[in-house]
Design a protein around this ligand. Structure first.
Ligand SMILES: NC(=O)c1ccc[n+]([C@@H]2O[C@H](COP(=O)([O-])OP(=O)(O)OC[C@H]3O[C@@H](n4cnc5c(N)ncnc54)[C@H](O)[C@@H]3O)[C@@H](O)[C@H]2O)c1
Length: 263
């Protein structure tokens, strides 16, 4: 392997992916194993996490294990860190990717109650904060670490509400507040962690194709450069870049991957 391709390989790095059972999480987890890392598929939904890990291991033997985590519970986050440390003695990176929300999530602004707004902002921003805070503590004790936060284009721009016309979809107001907060927390932690050999960056994806209504897909595509809604696999290159040594001196940054939607 050349020195350049070696920099892009994960080369046995131990990477925790929270929300590893979900839409993006399973793609991210599998990509880590494909890049020769070892992934901990960490999710509140442990049964699905186990299935995801087993599937990954059929293609990449010993490339994945599953573990339970609730990112909104400090004890659970600490248990996960302790468990992975016991197994491997090291954690190179965490991908802060879970997506907590309650069953009232996704309503139009007029219908969002104060309680639901506070709850959904709390579990999402608060859960991401706990992961950053607790992993940063662990990373400090081992002398290095890498955190990748999942934000969104809706953390950097106002929604284009016209794309939701004639659908029952909307862009949740709690999501906008949370994702903007996560980009800012990325900078906050990068600044706070200077000199510790811990870096932290964010990825802000555009919309990911998941069988949305055709009207919406067409409206969305009009704002894009080439493709429109992206596939999950379109995010993998950016994730692996951030996890690998090829981005060693990148910190406090937010990389937007959206086919030009937010321009
Ligand atoms: N899908 C998209 O179009 C898109 C676009 C931009 C950004 N994102 C971001 O990517 C991330 C992943 O999104 P997704 O679409 O894969 O979501 P998803 O709903 O498909 O998966 C989320 C996963 O998180 C898990 N989870 C929920 N609450 C948890 C908790 N408290 N502790 C641990 N795990 C928990 C769920 O069990 C699920 O497996 C989110 O931050 C989301 O905002 C997604």
């Amino acid at each position: 392997m050349s020195n350049v391709s070696k920099k892009f390989s994960l080369d046995k790095k131990i990477v925790v992916v929270t929300g590893g059972s979900g839409l993006l999480g399973r793609t991210f987890s599998s990509a880590v194993a494909a890049a020769e890392g070892l992934v901990i598929v960490a999710d509140r939904d442990i049964l699905t996490a186990q299935q995801v890990a087993e599937e990954i291991c059929t293609s990449y033997p010993n490339g994945a294990i599953a573990a339970e985590i609730d990112i909104t519970c400090k004890q659970s986050v600490l248990r996960l860190i302790e468990y992975v440390h016991e197994q491997y003695g090291v954690i190179h990176a965490v991908v802060n990717n879970a997506y907590p929300r309650n069953s009232n999530y996704g309503r139009r602004v007029e219908d969002v109650t104060y309680e639901d707004f506070c709850y959904n902002l709390g579990v999402h921003a608060g859960g991401y904060f706990l992961i950053m805070q607790q992993f940063a503590q662990y990373f400090k004790s081992q002398g290095f670490g890498n955190i990748v936060n999942l934000s969104s284009i809706y953390g950097i721009m106002a929604p284009r509400f016209d794309i939701y016309q004639d659908t029952n979809m909307t862009m949740p107001v709690e999501y906008a507040a949370t994702k903007a907060g996560i980009i800012h927390l990325t900078k906050y932690f990068a600044q706070y962690l200077k000199g510790t050999n811990i870096r932290i960056n964010a990825i802000s994806p555009g919309g990911i194709f998941n069988h949305q209504p055709e009207t919406f897909l067409k409206n969305y595509r009009n704002y894009c450069s080439n493709k429109g809604m992206l596939d999950r696999s379109d995010l993998v290159g950016t994730l692996l870049f951030l996890l690998s040594d090829a981005s060693l001196y990148l910190t406090g940054q937010n990389i937007v991957v959206d086919d030009g939607f937010s321009l």
